[in-house]
Design a protein around this ligand. Structure first.
Ligand SMILES: Cc1cc2nc3c(=O)[nH]c(=O)nc-3n(C[C@H](O)[C@H](O)[C@H](O)COP(=O)(O)OP(=O)(O)OC[C@H]3O[C@@H](n4cnc5c(N)ncnc54)[C@H](O)[C@@H]3O)c2cc1C
Length: 290
């Protein structure tokens, strides 16, 4: 299957989706329907997250394989370092390769809730650049490698300049492109791009978009990952937060505006956090795709 960086050769902008492996059989069955419908929107690629600890690792790879095999759409397997030793990562990468998966999103991951104090030992990777280097050393160009970027700085590294330098290390160790954490102030993205370009980074930095569908849920989720909920967003969504229909419509309108501004400002595409749903991405993407 084509590697994501090879798609970039022919496309100035890519449109992609992110899914996660459901915990239940019913969720899995529903996801198969969602994938079919998302495939109809003709994304350039679809990625699937990987649970830290690896409990649903096979599901991630099954979903990625399904997307590739059934819909001939490039698909990206997220892969986290936490809890895995180098040997385990090697066996996972062998598994990935034997499934003809050619795209990974290399991540550190976070210690799982049931093992929050886990810290890396000598056989583990501490940071994502070590995983990038390991994959390149052992597998050459077999994989297209994406990594995560944080326009507001990673939650553990709020010094944005320092965090940008860490991103450069990931790219210098073999990563091809970047998908960002979601954000709601486009200035944060554009300033991030300036910061990265001033470090000599040329790779594509694809903005991650999380459409707002539930305001209280968003507040909880964003506090865990460090995304700022701007005053504009609060003013717009808070007064009607108990009306799901109005929230959904506002979320679509907000995302359309955010995406149009990003694309007009030079963003090389959009990566939507779909949360395993077709809607509202099916309303947003056709309105913004260029
Ligand atoms: C697009 C996207 C997809 C994601 N998918 C998943 C997923 O599928 N599964 C999952 O569990 N999590 C996922 N995450 C969350 C991610 O695992 C966490 O945000 C994690 O805390 C950081 O991962 P990272 O790869 O950016 O880590 P790193 O790049 O290793 O950074 C981790 C921390 O260390 C700092 N740092 C980085 N390099 C260095 C260095 N060389 N020296 C010192 N400090 C350094 C960084 O500033 C940061 O604070 C995703 C995040 C994004 C944005």
């Amino acid at each position: 299957m084509i590697k994501v960086p090879d798609i970039f050769q022919n496309k100035n902008k890519t449109y992609s989706f992110e899914l996660f492996p459901p915990k239940t059989e019913k969720g899995y069955t529903n996801l198969m329907v969602t994938i079919k419908n998302l495939a109809g929107l003709k994304p350039d690629f679809i990625s699937c997250t990987y649970g830290a600890g690896g409990g649903n690792r096979d599901k991630t790879f099954d979903i990625v394989q399904h997307i590739q095999d059934k819909y001939a759409i490039a698909s990206v397997a997220h892969l986290t370092c936490v809890l895995n030793t180098r040997d385990q990562i090697k066996s996972i990468l062998n598994d990935i390769q034997s499934r003809n998966i050619t795209n990974i999103l290399a991540l550190r991951g976070d210690p799982p809730l049931d093992n929050p104090d886990w810290t890396p030992g000598p056989d583990n990777f501490q940071y994502t650049h070590e995983l990038c280097r390991f994959a390149r050393e052992l597998y050459g160009e077999a994989f297209g490698i994406g990594v995560a970027g944080f326009p507001e700085g990673h939650i553990l590294c709020p010094d944005r300049d320092q965090d940008a330098r860490y991103l450069k290390i990931k790219l210098d160790h073999g990563a091809d492109y970047v998908i960002t954490q979601f954000f709601y102030n486009n200035h944060d993205y554009f300033e991030y791009i300036d910061r990265l370009r001033s470090l000599g980074i040329k790779a594509r930095i694809i903005p991650g978009i999380l459409p707002i569908t539930n305001f209280d849920g968003l507040l909880r989720f964003s506090s865990g990952c460090g995304t700022t909920i701007t005053d504009d967003v609060k003013k717009l969504f808070e007064p009607t937060k108990d009306d799901p229909r109005i929230t959904l419509q506002k979320g679509i309108d907000f995302a359309v505006q955010q995406c149009q501004e990003l694309l007009a400002g030079g963003a090389p595409g959009l990566h939507f956090y779909c949360l395993n749903k077709l809607h509202p991405v099916d309303a947003i993407l056709p309105a913004v795709r260029i």
